[in-house]
Design a protein around this ligand. Structure first.
Ligand code: 5GP
Length: 177
């Protein structure tokens, strides 16, 4: 599998170090609070697992699985494949994602969480590809800003594979062909 990778963009060590920094920032910003981390399946799993080790607040965690229909004209629909387990009324939410690309998914899920009664929703993303943005949305906590390349690893897949790579890499072109 690593043989399918053209270039390692971010090593495991770099990602872990950045998660530690993000954890410190979240500890400071949410001091005295107990936010709920909501991970979007499946891509956020390794990032969320690493990040939460570096948050020292009495957090709770939950997961959602959504499909976003970006191609449709309204692009307003998000299908919930797995919903949250508990009520989030009045809660401070940290929405955890692997990457912000066009921004459609996070924008829709954020609205959904507010509609469910969240008090606040902030976005935590391991990666950000601002060049690709279509929807006006920003991450509140971003691990790394990357160029416009298709990356895999650390939760990110190509045809459901490569999620288990412990680094972020760019796939070789021949893998797509
Ligand atoms: P958005 O709604 O922001 O366009 O899309 C976010 C989702 O698109 C991510 O959760 C991820 O599943 C997918 N995605 C966007 N860019 C990449 C990429 O470079 N690599 C992979 N593997 N998935 C991506």
């Amino acid at each position: 599998m690593p043989q399918d990778i053209k270039e390692v963009l971010l090593s495991e060590e770099q990602i872990e170090a950045r998660c530690e920094e993000l954890g410190q920032q979240i500890d400071q910003d949410y001091a005295g609070n107990a936010p709920l981390l909501v991970g979007l399946l499946k891509g956020s799993v390794p990032f969320m697992a690493e990040l939460m080790k570096h948050i020292h607040l009495p957090i709770t965690i939950d997961f959602m699985d959504v499909s976003s229909y970006v191609g449709t004209q309204s692009s307003g629909d998000v299908r919930i494949n797995k919903d949250l387990d508990y009520s989030i009324v009045g809660m401070d939410i940290l929405l955890v994602e692997d990457i912000i690309d066009t921004g459609h998914t996070l924008s829709k899920v954020r609205t959904l969480l507010y509609n469910k009664g969240a008090k606040s929703v902030k976005i935590v993303s391991l990666l950000d590809k601002p060049e690709r943005r279509v929807v006006d949305i920003q991450g509140d906590y971003v691990g790394f800003t990357i160029p416009n390349a298709f990356v895999v690893g650390y939760g990110l897949d190509y045809e459901q594979k490569y999620r288990n790579l412990p680094f972020i890499g760019i796939l070789k072109e021949e893998v797509y062909q």
